[in-house]
Write a protein that binds this ligand. Sequence first.
Ligand code: GAR
Length: 201
Amino acid sequence: MKTAVFVSGRGSNLQAILDYRQGKKSIEVEAVVSDKLNCPAFEIAKRNSIQAFSVGSKDGYISYEQLASSLSELDIDLIVLAGFLKLIPVDFIRRFENRIINIHPALLPSFGGKGMYGINVHNAVFKSSAKVSGATVHLVDPDYDHGKIIAQQCVDISDVKSPEEIAERVLDIEHKILPYIVGKFADGKVKIVEDRVVILD
Ligand code: GAR
């Protein structure tokens, strides 16, 4: 299965997918896409000889239309948003309907939406005094952090002293749950049955 991974920054989830791929040859990462011209995740792409694309409307970027054509030419089966922080245009989402997934560092539908990314999410969770947090992998629809939930895993945060501590515990989960679900897509085990996402054994 051919994937394109969309990133905006560090790329630790991209790295987790690449590490998982070592033992699962059915996952191929064919493209890394960013809303930036440069970001640490692009270094990971370079080290792994993966094509990189910058998408946006400014000079030096390609448009979403051009990106859609390039990804179709590459025969991309699945798009993985792994820390991609821009809202994707509706036309692009429709073109790849049910083939775009996102990882979010909280238990959706709580603590999602515009502005809810990275440490902002963990700050909000910390302030709420929630005793559990976690990671969510979901199908992407035109809204921020919205779409049917594919998988979630939670972690006890009742004893944390800072949002950074929550981030650390959640990131650990992200690095397991996201590659696992990408692997399930590669095995054809993620299905929509009676309007619900199910993962087959
Ligand atoms: C991850 O924690 C991911 O869940 C989050 O951005 C971080 C990217 O880290 N995504 C969102 O907040 C989306 N709303 P990474 O670049 O090291 O993978």
